[in-house]
Design a protein around this ligand. Structure first.
Ligand code: SAH
Length: 349
């Protein structure tokens, strides 16, 4: 008989699974797997030995395995390649900012969105991650940081995959992460990044959880956006911007628009002018990201001058813009690059 995995279940669900035991056992187990780094029943030293052996027969605790760890030269970025039970692997990145530890998790194995500049989508989508797998990415880093007496302070859902096409699992995971028997992470410390799945943005608004929404825009008109991001044909720019404005209005939270700057493609003053025009009056920030070139994609980084000019143009036209600080250069930190490299396909670095 297949063992039932407890990792990724809520306390109530664990209680149901262990309904023949007193309730406090479920609490103890949740505490062990979500807060004390246990990866087996054997680790749960305050449970009677006989109970541990009994649990072992019927249940398991599935947590990801570390395949590879890379640390940047300045020690501020650590990238983990984690594998799940079926061998599928995803990337998790830890960034040590001065305001705390931020982690970036993946929501899918691969991605089906087909963005032309992104490494994650090169081989399409393999599968969605489960609630337990996504939570497993976070708890893995939390356990890693515990040894340094540190913790995960903020979460960005910006790794491989399109989070809003794995909506139900993602929402369940975020609610679990918010519980005080896990990390008790405030929704305000969480950012979800999407390529602009409009109906799912509306579903997220209806959830009324105050997470920050980040929308990958990357182009100021439909022609260019459709060329870079096929999803734009399904949900064009006007609809994405409308959903973003609605998100800001309903939640009172500033939406971030991500804009990758690609040399000679979307980084001219005319592009900045168009962008300022379409965002005028929105409660938003623009995060400018000089492209992290992917070998398999034929895009060039913007010049330093082009980045500065774009940035100043937006700020002098009442659009709050920032330039993303580069993290993890040299360790394949751009989306999907490490996983892709580890598959023995074309590698970078
Ligand atoms: N699917 C979601 C989240 C994953 S991508 C989304 O589209 O937002 C996370 C961010 O990394 C997106 O803004 C994406 O456009 C960006 N990105 C992808 N490839 C990149 C590259 N080569 N250089 C810089 N940013 C990249």
């Amino acid at each position: 008989m297949e063992k039932k995995n407890l990792f990724g279940l809520t306390l109530a669900e664990i209680e149901t699974e262990l309904s023949n035991l007193p309730k406090f056992r479920a609490k103890q187990i949740a505490n062990w797997i979500y807060q004390r780094g246990a990866i087996s029943f054997e680790d749960m030293t305050d449970l009677p030995k006989i109970l541990r052996a009994d649990l072992e027969k019927n249940f398991e605790i599935q947590t990801p395995q570390l395949v590879k760890k890379l640390v940047s030269k300045d020690n501020l970025t650590t990238k983990f390649l984690l594998a799940f039970n079926d061998g599928a692997a995803v990337e998790v990145v830890l960034m040590r900012h001065d305001y705390g530890n931020s982690i970036c998790i993946s929501t899918q194995v691969g991605c089906q969105m087909g963005c032309k500049f992104c490494a994650s989508t090169l081989n399409g989508l393999e599968r969605n991650l489960t609630v337990g797998e996504m939570l497993g990415e976070i708890i893995f880093v939390q356990n890693f940081l515990r040894d340094e007496k540190q913790k995960v302070d903020t979460l960005v859902i910006m790794g491989t995959g399109e989070p809003l096409t794995n909506f139900d699992n993602l929402l369940k995971m975020l609610k679990l992460l918010h519980e005080n028997y896990t990390l008790g992470l405030s929704y305000r410390k969480i950012t979800i990044s999407t390529c602009g799945i409009v109906p799912a943005i509306k579903k997220l608004i209806a959830e009324k959880i105050p997470v920050t929404l980040s929308i990958s825009l990357h182009a100021p008109n439909n022609k260019l956006r459709s060329a870079l991001m096929p999803i734009n044909s399904a949900f064009p720019l006007e609809e994405v911007l409308k959903a973003g404005a609605e998100y800001a209005l309903e939640t009172g939270r500033r939406v971030t628009y991500e804009y990758i700057l690609i040399g000679g493609v979307n980084d001219t003053e005319e592009h900045a002018r168009q962008l300022a025009k379409i965002l005028a009056g929105q409660l938003c920030n623009v995060n400018l990201i000089p492209i992290n070139p992917v070998d398999e994609r034929n895009f060039q980084p913007p010049t330093h001058n082009a980045v500065q000019k774009f940035f100043h143009f937006l700020n002098s036209h009442n659009i709050n813009a920032t330039i993303r600080k580069e993290f993890g250069a040299g360790i394949n930190a751009a989306c999907g690059q490490l996983r892709y490299a580890s598959q023995g396909l074309k590698t970078k670095d």
